[in-house]
Design a protein around this ligand. Structure first.
Ligand code: HEC
Ligand code: HEC
Length: 329
């Protein structure tokens, strides 16, 4: 019995040593200077304030469903669960507490490769792996142009991230990094733009729909098949909410609903299966959904085409949530 902790500890130490190699593999931040043009700022704004919804995590109050306009992108604690408390940092141009003092290359590397300024591995709840898989160089530069000039600098440091010991150990191994950023992940998923499905898949990456509605690192029971849902969001004093099944399964996914119904779900947050107490999607899909109103009809039909093209997976989320409620979660 006593050997088990020693073995786990040795493996952790070994893996942590490997994690130190990740920054080397990713490489230094590019030494570039992004020219700020009106076209770039506009594109960056469209992405950041639309499909990529940076503020849905980074704006103070967003995750509680109450985004504070004057604290746009100023950071907040977004998760408070069994595995710890997690903050989304201040990404306003404030030099002291935001990213104002970062270089352009450092900002792009954080968004697309998941390395912080100090070579810190960013946890994958920041959707760098999905962003990085599809973002073009021009789009990445456009985000920088917007982040530098659009949002007001706000001097604010959110409560600190505090992970539990076991999560910290797992994170220190770089395991999350490999699960999300493994080579074939990028190669498999870089889509061409020829069909509606491909365009939809690209949007589903930019919108991190894949991250929440489940892309498939099968190591974790909560992550199922692509789009089958089930990832849990929990904060104290609130019922746990599980991400919906967006796969084309007829019984438990979107399969039996018309394009118009799915359109209203994506654009306006109308739940496909209304609950006794609400017809609208709940936190954290709301207020994230408010970013979707800027999507064009073509973009939404592309997303729907992509969802419908994926494997149908039976996964009854409402039922699973009821079981959690019964367990007092
Ligand atoms: C689903 C929530 C979520 C979304 C959406 C999101 N982020 Fe993040 N972001 C985070 C979290 C959480 C962290 C901190 C991760 C950590 O500490 O390991 C982070 C970290 C960062 C960092 C590193 C900051 C630092 O001080 O180390 C940058 C830069 C960043 N995000 C930019 C963006 C931009 C730009 C967008 C939109 C294009 C965006 N994020 C969208 C959650 C999110
Ligand atoms: C931060 C995690 C998160 C992200 C990112 C996310 N979702 Fe969701 N989504 C959820 C959760 C949680 C629910 C369930 C809400 C509920 O049960 O009320 C949900 C519900 C939905 C629903 C309603 C489904 C139904 O059965 O009624 C649709 C449609 C949807 N999301 C589409 C999207 C799309 C499209 C994207 C990407 C552009 C996306 N979501 C990104 C967490 C997320």
């Amino acid at each position: 019995m006593r050997r088990t902790p020693t073995i786990i500890l040795s493996i952790t130490i070994l893996l942590s040593a490997c994690a130190k190699l990740i920054p080397g593999r990713v490489g230094r931040a590019a030494d570039i200077s992004v020219a700020i043009t009106p076209g770039r700022v506009a594109l960056g704004k469209k992405l950041a304030e639309g499909i990529m919804a940076c503020g849905s995590c980074h704006t103070t109050g967003s995750f509680e469903g109450d985004p504070q306009q004057e604290m746009h992108l100023a950071g907040d604690l977004i998760i408070n669960a069994d595995y710890g408390r997690l903050a989304a940092p201040n990404i306003t141009p404030d030099k002291e507490t935001g990213i104002g003092a970062w270089t352009d290359g450092e900002i792009i590397r954080a968004i697309t490769k998941g390395l912080g300024r100090d070579n810190r591995l960013l946890l994958p709840i920041m959707p760098w792996a999905t962003f990085g898989a599809v973002l073009t160089d021009e789009e990445a530069m456009a985000l920088v142009a917007y982040l530098r000039t659009g949002p007001e600098p706000v001097n604010h440091t959110p409560d600190k991230t505090e992970l539990t010991m076991s999560t910290k150990m797992l994170a220190s191994t770089g395991m999350f990094y490999y699960i999300y950023a493994k080579e074939d992940f990028f190669n498999d998923y870089v889509p061409s733009m020829t069909t509606a499905e491909d365009r939809g898949r690209r949007l589903a990456f930019l919108g991190a729909c894949i991250d929440c509605h489940a892309y498939a690192p099968k190591l974790f029971p909560d992550f199922g098949e692509p789009l089958a849902g089930g990832v849990r969001y929990e904060v104290p004093d609130r019922p746990t909410v599980m991400c919906a099944n967006l796969s084309p399964d007829k019984e438990t996914g979107i399969g039996s609903f018309t394009d118009e119904e799915v359109y209203n779900a994506v654009k306006y947050g109308m739940r496909l299966r209304p609950l006794p107490d609400t017809e609208m999607v709940r936190w954290p899909m709301m207020p994230r959904m408010t970013y979707h109103t800027s999507l064009t009809d073509d973009e939404i039909s592309d997303l729907i085409a992509y969802f419908r093209s994926q494997p149908a997976v039976e996964n009854d989320i409402d039922q699973r949530e009821m079981e959690l409620v019964e367990k007092g979660k």
